[in-house]
Ligand binder design. Structure first.
Ligand SMILES: [Zn+2]
Length: 139
């Protein structure tokens, strides 16, 4: 074995390739087939999960941690379940989670809370006092 092959092998052990190439692969080939729940009550799913920014973010966090922890010996997956999936699943699939108004067969665009534009100068960086203290309205 050449030194390049040894170095390449060591580099691969330090930074192993993910088992799935992208989030869609992990969701469609691992997450949905493995973590099945009765849908409709405590658990919601949207077939268009990719339309929900929060779901993408939570699934991405689950996938990244799963890719890392699946390689951590005997307890990696147990810790992944305890520290990641068991926390995220009830939120992600829960009736108050990102799929709260979707069903398996119908996607509804989630309501976005209204925003009032931040007043000019409200968020000033480099100031010693907090902007909120500087600009509190007088009674
Ligand atoms: Zn949806």
């Amino acid at each position: 074995m050449s030194s390049n092959a040894i170095n390449s092998s060591a580099a691969q052990e330090a930074n192993p390739k993910p088992l799935y190439a992208d989030l869609t692969g992990w969701v469609t080939q691992h997450f949905v087939p493995i973590y099945r729940r009765t849908l409709g009550g405590d658990f919601r799913w949207c077939a268009q999960w990719w339309q929900h920014g929060e779901a993408i973010s939570r699934l991405m966090a689950l996938w990244y941690s799963w890719e890392a922890m699946r390689l951590q010996g005997a307890t990696g997956m147990a810790l992944w379940y305890r520290d990641h999936l068991d926390h995220q699943l009830p939120v992600l699939l829960g009736p108050r989670g990102p799929f709260y108004q979707c069903t398996e067969n119908e996607h509804l665009i989630p309501h976005q809370a209204r925003l009032v534009p931040t007043p000019s100068g409200w968020l000033v960086s480099g100031s010693s006092a907090s902007p909120a203290e500087e600009q509190l309205p007088e009674d």
